[in-house]
Design a protein around this ligand. Structure first.
Ligand code: AMP
Ligand code: MG
Length: 320
């Protein structure tokens, strides 16, 4: 049963215990999980029924807490001062000592951060005392919810609780601005207009028109098939493994690999999703160091999270 809560402290205690809690922000209701808990992050993707992993926005009570996880340059600081709390999400380089789970950033070296303006959301993330990862609180492919009743329709029975916060006032998602690569690029238009951002930091690159095809410079995840692929080539659906291969194992591991990383011995998909990006990074770095030729990924059968894991592996294996 999904509970409807009125008390942010109670909701925060559930979140700290690894449960999922939907909460109102000024944009739309978010599906919150402890961003430092990789299993809670895996559970977010599972609850949404998303067939792929995309990076989640991490929510913080203030700019100081956000910039403890990412490196905010002077432009980021100026935008934070102008628009936080508010519907602006900044994509910035992750700090090396960030405690946010790799899965929350879909394995990227960047992290999307924001300080929500809704008073209940602020109380909730402050009481949580951790980074709160939250995509919109709807099932994959459905519209974003702006009332607790919408959330219960979408996710009732799949999450621990919904924190009541009334109707969302902006009703439009946050503007996503990428500052991670030196320039400034709008990844998603939203609650804060591009012109308002430009008044603070100068010119901002706009997304191409949808019919212009994928831009080589637009770093929006999922657009490019080979997005954030490891350096070593990846062989899918491995039924055997050789000494020149780094094995990504799922279930009882194949013998004979030069190196191996176990996603989940027992075949637990939530555990496998939680370990996926760490596993790919480890096999890529350590396999390259040892002169191995490729990563061999064992099959990950099933639906739900298995589908998202296979999608990620297919991207890693796509020719570049
Ligand atoms: P939602 O899950 O509906 O809140 O949407 C989050 C948006 O932020 C999506 O468009 C993501 O692609 C984008 N986003 C989150 N993190 C990153 C990142 N590290 N780099 C680029 N875009 C991001
Ligand atoms: Mg969404």
């Amino acid at each position: 049963m999904t509970r409807l809560l009125q008390d942010p402290e109670e909701a925060a205690a559930l979140l700290r215990a690894g449960e999922l809690v939907a909460f109102a922000t000024e944009t739309v209701y978010g599906l919150g999980g402890d961003a430092r808990n990789d299993r809670a992050v895996a559970a977010i993707f599972e609850a949404k029924g998303r067939p792929h992993f995309n990076p989640l926005i991490c929510h913080f009570p203030d700019a100081g807490a956000a910039f403890a996880e990412v490196r905010g340059d002077s432009r980021a600081q100026a935008l934070a001062a102008a628009f936080w709390p508010g519907p602006l999400t900044l994509v910035l380089p992750r700090r090396v000592d960030s405690r946010v789970a790799l899965l929350a950033g879909a394995g990227l070296d960047t992290l999307a951060v924001r300080v929500p303006a809704h008073p209940v959301a602020l109380e909730f993330v402050r009481a949580a005392g951790t980074s709160v990862a939250a995509p919109s609180a709807n099932r994959s492919g459905r519209v974003s919810p702006t009332t607790s009743a919408h959330v219960l329709d979408e996710l009732g029975g799949r999450i621990a609780a919904v924190l009541e916060g009334g109707e969302c006032t902006v009703g439009l998602e946050s503007t996503v601005l990428d500052l991670s690569a030196g320039g400034a690029a709008l990844l998603r238009p939203g609650g804060i207009p591009a012109e308002a951002i430009e008044a603070v930091i100068g010119p901002v690159g706009r997304p191409l028109k949808p019919d212009a095809g994928p831009s080589p410079t637009l770093r929006s995840p999922g657009l490019l098939l080979s997005h954030y692929a490891p350096g070593l080539p990846v062989r899918l659906e491995a039924q055997e493994a050789g000494p020149d291969e780094a094995l990504l194992a799922f279930g009882p591991a194949l013998q004979g690999a030069g190196l191996s990383f176990q996603l989940s011995e027992s075949g637990d998909l939530r555990e496998a999703a939680a370990r996926l990006f760490a596993g790919l990074r480890f096999l890529d770095a350590e396999g390259s160091r040892r002169g191995l030729l490729r990563i061999a990924a064992m099959p990950v059968p099933g639906d739900g999270l298995a589908e998202a894991i296979r999608d990620r592996l297919a991207r890693a294996a796509a020719p570049r």
